[in-house]
Design a protein around this ligand. Structure first.
Ligand SMILES: [Zn+2]
Length: 291
């Protein structure tokens, strides 16, 4: 990362622009002036990132905002390599399953969708025609694809892109724990040791068990909303006590890399919006669609 920055700065070395770091545009929406925001949208080619976190218990040892803090860390480091505008803290996602724990903020289903739609509509009205949702919270993994899919319901002049799914790459330093590691366990604790070491209370990680309680007996492909509570009622899955920073560096570096790669691909994509517009047009008169 440092090497790339050196190259970027070297290429501007003779210009007054680079001589004054004050002139470098921030990636953070809230740090830009109104007129710099205009330049930022040009520089980002209309790509704006919405890092999506949550406020929920993370075992006995990690902060409520772990997902928000970690996703913002990854997004803000990615845009150092490939510029994009980053929307402020956003944590209005799906977290009904943690409503029994202190500190959880769980907005209603309708509001989650409405707020996300109005947020992306407002971003697009301000020039973000490519909105890239980077998810930091497992509980959003059904919400975000549904939200993206539902953009086909009526015309929008922008495209929603999203990264969801596994944030921890296989390999790297050997894990010390074995078994399930879904939430506040070795992986996530290691990641947080990289992003916000001052907020990790690793000495408390053994105060509760992150074991799978497996209280409902159903075939694996039968889904219920209570599945998470049935298995991990204390919002802890895995063993955070054995986490080490080296493993976190491995995961976070991969996460940043995947965001950078996605930003570049999104900037280059001029097909999605064209196809969306074609689709909206055709969906007005489906009987004319012959094949
Ligand atoms: Zn988390």
């Amino acid at each position: 990362m440092l090497k790339k920055l050196t190259i970027v700065f070297a290429s501007f070395a003779l210009s007054a622009f680079a001589a004054n770091p004050q002139n470098k545009l921030s990636s953070k929406w809230e740090e830009l002036t109104a007129s710099d925001f205009r330049d930022a949208i040009v520089q980002s080619k209309g790509v704006c990132i919405l890092p999506f976190g949550i406020l929920e218990k993370h075992g006995p040892h990690l902060p409520l905002g772990t997902d928000l803090l970690n996703v913002r860390y990854a997004a803000l480091h990615a845009v150092e390599q490939e510029y994009a505008v980053v929307f402020p803290e956003y944590y209005f996602g799906q977290i009904f399953e943690a409503k029994h724990e202190p500190g959880t903020i769980a907005y209603s289903r309708d509001l989650q969708l409405k707020l996300l739609q109005e947020t992306t509509d407002e971003m697009a009205r301000n020039g973000c025609k490519k909105i890239f949702i980077v998810n930091g919270h497992g509980g959003n993994e059904s919400l975000i694809p549904y939200f993206a899919q539902s953009q086909l319901d009526k015309p929008h002049d922008y495209v929603i892109y999203a990264i969801i799914g596994e944030r921890n790459r296989p390999g790297g330093p050997a894990k010390k724990s074995t078994g399930i590691d879904y939430h506040a366990g070795e992986n996530e604790t290691a990641n947080t040791l990289v992003t916000h070491p001052e907020l990790v209370h690793i000495d408390r990680a053994k105060q509760e068990s992150g074991g799978d309680q497996a209280r409902v007996k159903l075939p694996e492909d039968v889904y219920t909303g209570i599945w998470w509570y049935a298995r991990f009622p204390d919002h802890y899955s895995g063993d955070g006590s054995v986490a080490a920073k080296e493993l976190g560096l491995w995961h976070i570096d991969a996460w940043i890399g995947s965001i950078v790669e996605a930003i570049r691909a999104i900037k280059a994509d001029d097909t999605s919006l064209k196809l969306q517009n074609e689709f909206y047009e055709k969906s007005k008169h489906p009987l004319e669609t012959r094949q």
